[in-house]
Design a binder for this molecule. Structure first.
Ligand code: SAM
Length: 272
């Protein structure tokens, strides 16, 4: 097998979701770089693979990357895996893959599961064009800004979200994007796999405490009917400001949502 950095996808839940090729590569490489050695050892033990494991995670990416690059230069075959799914997708690996490619070291992808495509395919939302935004920012103001900046993108929007933030995020989706079709894909490939479908408001009503646990992907369909918001303009702006936006951003948001100029919204707010 060729000396290279192998980017190997592993399961996102169901241990059977790993390819025959991935297993062969993991058996044949000299070592495996992974985020959490204890976590990955369980997967490898399940398939009878015994290999030296090197921890490579977001906190040691720089130093460990140098060591791995030196080994790659010396002709080692190294596999990179993450805790789940495809490495580099909201997971470490970008730095070393980019550095290896820049040095002319072979970087070989071994494809497999990723939560974003798994969720998108079964969501029932359009798959012809989609945008993946990784994790939304934890702060409400920044989150709303990102949602607003993507409001007119003619594509399905896909995000990873943490269960403890999902209700806040759905509130923001409702406030910024209105009545779009939204899908929450939970615990994919696991026993409690579930797809919740509706508008953000409807999903908020459906979410029971049990549903707000587990891993989840949030998908938002493209706007078709425009933004629902019949509140008076000053109230809508005040609400956006309460949500963490500064005044000018809030004015821009409401102007865009209602097809008005910033000046018109400004005048409605200030009476000037
Ligand atoms: N590299 C992974 C991939 O290819 O999907 C993603 C890693 S990221 C650190 C972890 C996030 O992915 C979770 O917080 C969740 O949003 C999503 N995720 C991973 N596994 C999932 C699953 N089985 N069901 C739903 N979402 C999942």
């Amino acid at each position: 097998m060729q000396a290279a950095l192998y980017l190997v996808a592993t399961p996102i839940g169901n241990l059977e979701d790993i390819s025959v090729r991935a297993l062969r590569v993991l058996k044949e490489v000299d070592r495996i770089a992974c985020e959490d050695t204890r976590h990955s050892r369980k997967l490898l033990e399940h398939y009878g693979i015994e290999k030296p494991l090197i921890s490579y995670h977001e906190h040691n990416e720089r130093e460990r990357g140098e060591e791995l690059l030196a080994a790659l230069r010396a002709g080692d075959r190294i596999a990179l895996i993450s805790d789940a799914g495809t490495p580099l997708i909201s997971d470490p690996g970008y730095r070393i893959a980019a550095a290896a490619a820049a040095e002319g070291i072979a970087v070989i992808p071994i494809p497999g599961a990723s939560a974003l495509l798994t969720a998108l395919c079964a969501s029932g939302l359009p798959t012809d064009a989609f945008v993946f935004g990784g994790f939304l920012p934890p702060k409400q103001g920044q989150r709303r800004k990102i949602l607003e900046s993507w409001a007119e993108v003619p594509a399905t929007l896909v995000f990873y979200e943490a269960p403890h933030r999902i209700t806040e995020t759905l509130d923001d989706v409702d406030a910024v994007l209105g009545d779009r079709p939204v899908v929450l894909a939970r615990e994919l490939t696991k026993i409690h796999e579930e797809f919740l479908r509706g508008t953000a408001r409807e999903l908020l009503a459906q979410l029971k405490p049990a549903n707000t646990r587990g891993e989840m992907v949030l998908l938002i369909g493209r706007g078709t009917t425009g933004i629902r918001d019949d509140r008076p303009i000053p109230e809508a702006v005040a609400d956006a400001i309460r949500g963490g936006m500064d005044r000018m951003d809030a004015i821009k948001l409401i102007a865009r949502q209602r097809g008005l100029s910033k000046r018109e919204v400004y005048q409605a707010v200030t009476g000037a």
